[in-house]
Design a protein around this ligand. Structure first.
Ligand code: HEC
Length: 667
């Protein structure tokens, strides 16, 4: 019997013919128990036919060796009890006494596929000979981690290999730090974009709808979801490595929902924030954890969802939790060590300078989160970071005053984290109009003068132009038709609040909707057209106020909202705003409910790419909005596109659902 067991244990393929006799085997099992680890017998009889005897996958189930470590014991026990019927895993029904052993046993499973340790020497087409360890391979490609600590992405070429890599990268959230998502790449043009086809797809297993922008550096693409990151060959989509840790149980807010908007690469390191407000650094080549810095205590409602921003030898990150009453901050860490270098609190503590803009008890749990990636101007050596709403979102009674620096943009000295200037878009915000839209840094001739501008299509419905040297307000124009909360802006840019536009206990109709005239999804500016491309929403909401006390583990919005019944038939409109005048030059209305959250990307090829309301990925002419191309993904957009060049070809990539899709010109 023992011999029989050994034969079975060699692999899933051998075992399959015996699957139908599993019942018999089970009955005979006790006699064979000796020599087996506790739980092993249970695994072999109940699980191996699907997941393989060593857990590396079989005909009816995937490899679980990488998925077990990110599940708690409790989650695994629940999984055995309930299964994942929709995904093909039946409820297995492991008796209680056996379950604990089984959990322990599955934690010992290691992949059978030893490819990763395989040593290889290959000759490249340019005559170089390289040696290293194989990370991954197929008929067509080979990933070799060279002994010289370089990652070689290789393509088969006869008996030899051709080394390929990227020629134009996208190393951080907006591609380059000024945040206007315009790429100088020109291979894909208005003339040939009709020939764009999908080149590869990578699916993140078991993930929430992706919200991140992929980043690309030195041939490798990094994509994230909550507490997980994958490194991919940017030309084939094949995995190089992955890093994942357990999601934080009991965490609330967006971070608790598994949202992550991306990574950043600088030097030899990749950085990302975890759901529980840690910032981590990984080895770019292997995914090994280098350091882990706790930014804040998640038990006090802090989370993190944004992609960090590399500036010099620092990595800068914000935190989420603005609807849960955290005290927001922006913090900078040494890229090499993870040591905190500075921290800028977005709201003063009681008694500190600026606290006189907060009258009442709300300053104890003030909000001012910093969950979207900021921007950086290398010439002015200034970081610009958007700051979120005060809390509770819809009730201002206990926070009379302007509530600095909530619903603002702050300009910081990156060496010290000190404030250079601030501009508050919404003093005393009671609408959740936090400023979490990218502050884009644009240089242009503005009203006859060359100027360094900061432009932002704000969630509150106004398109702002500021002087980014001084923070001076230059102009603010509505970019949506439905705007009721303010009647206009003063010459200093302060909103003129309309009467009766605050949440009530019965519910008050307010436009734009709480989700915004636009929101965090990317915007783009093309210097050649002078146009700013922004996805907008013509919707309104009914906002209800409900007084509440702050509590750890609870939301702190002070009310709720729902879509107003008079929503327009076409809520979602891509608008091209002329930065010089604030006027909309063209519109691309998109039929549908207006629920999608896809951003825009502009290229020097004269094309604007965006996720269109129906789920198609589309391209329009940057000059006039003419539709040039589209590809239906049937996904609900939550992400923004980017572009890069790999092996001399331009790609455009975007996350759709739980897939990352890379597009390029048909050969
Ligand atoms: C009939 C086939 C089948 C059997 C029997 C089966 N599984 Fe699964 N299992 C699956 C499938 C299919 C999935 C889901 C695949 C997916 O989501 O991509 C899965 C998923 C899993 C996961 C990953 C879950 C997650 O949340 O990431 C684990 C761990 C797992 N199974 C362990 C086990 C263990 C241990 C047993 C035995 C007690 C078992 N399975 C029995 C088919 C099976």
């Amino acid at each position: 019997m023992t011999r029989f067991v050994r034969t079975i244990r060699r692999g899933a393929i051998l075992f399959r013919p015996f699957a139908c006799v599993a019942g018999v085997w089970l009955m005979a099992a006790p006699a064979a128990g000796q020599g087996l680890a506790p739980g092993e017998q249970s695994y072999v009889s109940r699980c191996a036919r699907c997941h393989g005897t060593d857990g590396s996958g079989g005909e009816f189930g995937p490899s679980i060796t990488a998925r077990v470590p990110i599940r708690s014991d409790e989650e695994l026990a629940t999984l055995f009890r309930d299964g994942l019927p929709a995904a093909g895993m039946p409820a297995v029904g492991v008796p209680g006494t056996e379950a604990a052993d089984l959990v322990r046993y599955v934690r010992t499973l290691r992949p059978r596929n030893r490819q990763a340790a395989e040593r290889r020497q290959v000759t490249l087409t340019d005559g170089r000979r390289i040696a290293g360890t194989v990370q991954n391979q197929s008929l067509l490609d080979l990933q070799l981690l060279g002994d010289d600590r370089q990652l070689y992405l290789l393509r088969k070429s006869g008996d030899q290999y051709r080394a390929v890599t990227s020629q134009a990268d996208w190393p951080s959230y907006n591609g380059e730090t000024r945040g206007y998502r315009h790429s100088p790449l020109t291979q894909i043009t208005t003339a040939n974009v009709g020939r764009v086809v999908p080149k590869w797809v990578f699916t993140l297993p078991n993930t929430a709808r992706l919200q991140g922008t992929p980043v690309v550096s030195q041939g490798v693409m990094y994509v994230t979801s909550g507490n997980e990151i994958y490194a991919l060959d940017a030309g084939s989509g094949r995995q190089v490595w992955r890093y994942q840790r357990q999601r934080t149980k009991g965490l609330i807010g967006n971070a608790g929902g598994g949202i992550n908007r991306g990574a950043a690469v600088a030097g030899e390191r990749v950085f990302m924030a975890t759901d529980n407000a840690h910032l981590i650094a990984l080895d770019r080549l292997t995914g090994a954890l280098l350091w882990d810095a706790e930014m804040a205590d998640w038990r006090q409602n802090y989370g993190a969802t944004g992609a960090p921003l590399p500036v010099g030898n620092l990595i800068i990150s914000g935190v989420s939790g603005g609807d849960e009453g955290v005290r927001g901050f922006i913090a900078a860490y040494d890229q090499a060590t993870g040591r905190e270098v500075w921290r800028f609190w977005t709201v003063p503590k009681p008694g500190e300078p600026g606290s006189n803009t907060w009258s009442g008890a709300a300053i104890e749990h003030p909000g001012g989160a910093t969950w979207l990636t900021g921007t950086y101007d290398p010439e002015l050596d200034t970081v610009y970071w958007p700051v979120g709403n005060p809390g509770p979102d819809f009730i201002g009674d206990e926070r009379q005053g302007d509530n600095l620096y909530t619903s603002s943009v702050v300009a910081l000295d990156p060496a010290r984290g000190t404030l250079k200037w601030h501009f508050q878009y919404v003093p005393h915000d009671v609408w959740d109009f936090d400023a979490q839209q990218t502050p884009a840094l644009v240089d242009m001739t503005w009203r006859g003068q060359p100027r360094k501008l900061l432009v932002q299509a704000h969630r509150n419905g106004f398109f702002y132009v500021l002087d980014r040297v001084t923070g001076q307000f230059l102009s603010g124009t509505p970019f949506v038709k439905n705007l009721t909360w303010a009647t206009g802006l003063t010459p200093e840019g302060r909103p003129i609040i309309a009467p009766g536009q605050q949440a009530t206990s019965e519910g008050q109709r307010i436009c734009p909707h709480v989700n915004g005239a636009t929101n965090w999804y990317s915007t783009a500016f093309n210097p050649a057209t002078g146009l700013y491309y922004v996805q907008t929403n013509e919707w309104c909401s009914i906002v209800t106020r409900t007084p509440m006390e702050w509590e750890a583990g609870k939301g702190f919005m002070g009310g709720s909202f729902r879509l107003a019944v008079d929503e327009p038939p076409t809520a979602r409109v891509l608008r091209a705003v002329d930065v010089a005048t604030g006027r909309t030059v063209f519109e691309v209305p998109q039929a549908g409910a207006g629920n999608s959250w896809g951003g825009t990307l502009s290229t020097a090829g004269g094309v604007v790419f965006f996720g269109e309301e129906s789920g198609s990925f589309a391209a329009i002419d940057a000059a006039d909005g003419r539709l040039l191309w589209s590809f239906q993904t049937s996904q609900f957009w939550k992400a923004s596109p980017m572009t890069y060049v790999f092996d001399s070809r331009q790609y455009v990539a975007v996350a759709a659902g739980s897939d990352v899709i890379a597009f390029g010109l048909a050969e």
